[in-house]
Ligand binder design. Structure first.
Ligand code: GLU
Length: 179
């Protein structure tokens, strides 16, 4: 699908999400990737675990830090912006928002400049993190739902992408979009 590589998975249900997400990521392994991660809503917060390298590394990270919760998103990354590393691995977070993304945000330069002018500190070198901040800003600006915040944020983005986003305020939901 266009520039989109690697994989995105999401789960909302009644079972522990993390093993289901990792299982989904294993099914996408054949597409190639350099790092992986998951975010799970534990009922209070969205917890993120990421690892550079093979899914085995994510498995080990999840053995050290078990995530409990029945809503989550997962990602395998093929780096386009920022080297393969844990810091650049997805999910990326901003405030209550966690985001996974495959593809490329083409207008990242002006968006990054705008965020930095507003005092946002970017933690990674990815184009993806910028979208996490845009969604967060839309929630702060009064978007009535995560879905609507994602829709408004993506109206500002050009590129080819598939994303899945979750938020602390939406315990049993994530929002997906593609272009
Ligand atoms: N452009 C994003 C990044 O470099 C996503 C890459 C992908 O499709 O996995 O992190």
């Amino acid at each position: 699908m266009g520039d989109a590589m690697c994989g995105i998975v999401g789960y909302v249900g009644s079972l522990d999400a993390a093993p289901i997400l990792v299982d989904g990521l294993h099914k996408l392994e054949y597409r190639g990737y350099d790092s992986a991660g998951v975010a799970v809503h534990d009922g209070r917060n969205v917890e993120i675990v990421r690892a550079a390298g093979k899914l085995r590394a994510l498995d080990l990270a999840l053995a050290r830090r078990t995530l409990h919760g029945t809503t989550g998103i997962g990602h395998t990354r093929w780096a386009t912006h920022g080297r393969p590393s844990e810091i650049n691995a997805h999910p990326h977070a901003s405030g209550p928002v966690a985001l996974v993304h495959n593809g490329i945000i083409e207008n990242l330069v002006p968006l990054r400049a705008e965020l930095e002018a507003r005092g946002v500190t970017l933690l990674s070198d990815t184009d993806t993190e910028i979208v996490a901040h845009l969604i967060h800003q839309e929630l702060d600006a009064g978007a009535p739902s995560l879905f609507e915040a994602v829709r408004r944020a993506l109206a500002r983005v050009t590129g080819t992408y598939a994303i899945a986003a979750m938020s602390r305020g939406a315990i049993r939901a994530f929002s997906i979009a593609a272009r």
